[in-house]
Design a protein around this ligand. Structure first.
Ligand code: SF4
Ligand code: SF4
Length: 186
């Protein structure tokens, strides 16, 4: 299914969800990488050894959830934007979900935006807790989202809201898009 639609199957998603006991201990990485490609920045960027050594560069990453401390370092390094951090202990009814964000237009901290599922459909209103800008050009920014707890394994992106902030964002995005188009044409 993923090959045709880019959307992982339910079985694939379920295989990435840490056990409840681990989720109760705090933030942890959720690795939604399902295609065998020659890639391992998740492994090389993890300083705790939670991403287990690859026997073959094409192998799918394996994570030791007990060793993972949820630091989020691997999120920005993953070129496939396939790693998320879920903190189910954030509050009684909400989880904190950290997602990679590759666009130059960034939301505002405190802003409420549409939370999208893996199909790009709005499933919740989510709050931007923090915008963690990328320290280097080749890494993704990281957005901290406060999401309804039951949707911590559902919300995987956002859409910026209509209005003033989006207008400003659009200008930045448009500029980026134009320069990308120009590069493509050359
Ligand atoms: S969140 Fe931190 S400890 Fe966990 S896998 Fe990623 S880099 Fe390693
Ligand atoms: S860095 Fe990301 S895309 Fe590459 S193998 Fe690791 S999880 Fe998959």
């Amino acid at each position: 299914m993923q090959e045709q639609t880019g959307i992982p199957s339910v079985d694939h998603i379920l295989s990435t969800i840490p056990p409840k006991k681990r989720l109760a201990k705090g933030p942890v990485a959720v690795v939604e990488c399902f295609q065998e490609i020659p890639c391992d920045p998740c492994y090389t960027s993890c300083t705790t050894g939670a991403i287990l050594p690859f026997e073959d560069i094409n192998q799918l990453p394996r994570i030791d959830w007990e060793t993972c401390n949820g630091c989020g370092r691997c999120v920005g390094f993953c070129p496939g934007l396939a790693i998320f951090i879920v903190d189910d202990t954030y509050s009684e009814n909400e989880s904190l979900v950290k997602i990679p964000w590759e666009f130059s237009c960034l939301p505002e901290e405190g802003e409420e935006v549409a939370g999208l599922n893996r199909e790009g459909r709005e499933v919740a209103r989510v709050r931007i807790k923090k915008v963690q800008p990328s320290p280097k050009k080749n890494r993704a920014h990281i957005l901290w989202l406060v999401v309804p707890r039951e949707l911590a394994f559902e919300v995987r992106s956002i859409a910026l809201k209509q209005g003033k902030q989006v207008d400003r964002g659009r200008k930045i995005c448009l500029k980026t898009q134009l320069s990308a188009d120009v590069k493509t044409l050359r």
